[in-house]
Design a binder for this molecule. Structure first.
Ligand code: SAM
Length: 310
């Protein structure tokens, strides 16, 4: 009983609760916890010591770092407390930051290994090639939680990131702020009716958003409308698939598309020189992607008839 009372008391501190929730999800070192929770290292160390004293977490040394992980399993008497902690509202967007941290960790490890194989350092290469682009005005159609948005913002002059989901936009804003990116405007709007001026952007990115919308024609038409003459639209979509569960679970309206049909729809809204980019094969996933690029037709030069005086 004392143990339970003590544990409840310890987790009455909101920051300590956040730290425990993060450690429930992944094994973390002190600096990682500091970067996720955003408080001083001395306070984080204090919270970790308290959680360790309650035997909720354990520490182990590896490669010069001390890592913390959950010390309980689902048979432990305090396990219901862990379940409660996990289900608490994530008001600070910790989960999104942790996901990004784990992705980076994996990337660094993969990069370290891949760098040993000549020609495999694709992340470095994509960053290098992106840096060769002119500073573009970009719109991200259906930005979701902003994973792609922040990558675009690293090289774009400015990104307008649009989504109808306020909760997705909140996460995307937090991620952009965490990464110190200030060249993004987040906008809650419907992709079929955008509050953007015509011919105002250089690049429209539509990544996995078309399968959510009612009318892909309306969304593509909005993309073409806001593009400057000569501007590009890049569409990443799924090939047709049979995973019908995505409709009820993820709100998809379409089970993928035939690339020819999307390409035709792009041409009908005034995009030309459409081309498809072959996607890498992944035999293990039922979802296979394709990429299409189109260019807004250049404005017709108006021929002005000059009146000649006799
Ligand atoms: C699968 S996510 C794509 C996220 C991101 N583009 C990416 O590739 O990682 C699709 C997003 O489109 C948004 N969306 C779907 N229909 C929309 C609409 N009509 N207007 C605005 N946003 C929409 C959803 O809210 C969701 O966040």
């Amino acid at each position: 009983m004392d143990e339970l009372t003590e544990a409840f008391r310890a987790l009455g501190d909101p920051t300590r609760l956040r730290i425990l929730r993060l450690i429930c999800e992944a094994r973390l070192n002190v600096s990682e916890v500091v970067s996720l929770v955003g408080i001083a290292q001395s306070s984080v160390s204090h919270h970790l010591t308290r959680l360790k004293a309650l035997d909720l977490i354990r520490e182990e040394r590896q490669g010069g770092f001390t890592y913390y992980s959950l010390a309980l399993d689902d048979k432990a008497p305090l396990w219901p407390l862990i379940k409660l902690a996990r289900s608490a509202h994530d008001a600070h967007g910790d989960h999104a930051r942790l996901t990004e941290l784990l992705r980076r960790r994996e990337d660094v490890q993969t990069l370290n290994e891949k760098l040993l194989e000549p020609g495999q350092s694709w992340r470095l290469w994509s960053a290098a090639l992106a840096s060769l682009l002119p500073p573009l005005e970009v719109v991200d159609f259906g930005c979701g939680t902003g994973v792609l948005t922040v990558e675009l913002a690293r090289w774009a002059r400015h990104v307008t990131a649009i989504d109808r989901s306020e909760s997705a936009l909140t996460k995307a804003r937090a991620e952009a702020a965490r990464q110190g990116l200030h060249n993004i405007t987040f906008l809650a709007a419907d992709l079929e009716h955008l509050p953007l001026e015509r011919a105002s952007v250089d690049l429209v990115v539509v990544s996995q958003s078309l399968h959510h919308v009612d009318s892909i024609e309306h969304v593509l038409a909005e993309g073409a409308r806001v593009l400057k003459p000569g501007g590009r639209m890049v569409v990443l979509e799924l090939l047709p698939h049979d995973e019908a569960w995505v409709k009820s679970r993820l709100g998809h309206q379409h089970l993928g598309f035939a690339p020819d049909a999307v390409e035709q729809a792009m041409r009908e809204v005034g995009l030309e020189h459409t081309q498809s980019v072959p996607a890498p094969r992944d035999a293990t996933s039922p979802f296979k992607a394709f990429l299409l690029i189109g260019t807004r037709a250049a404005a017709r030069t108006r021929t002005v008839k000059l009146r000649t005086t006799a």
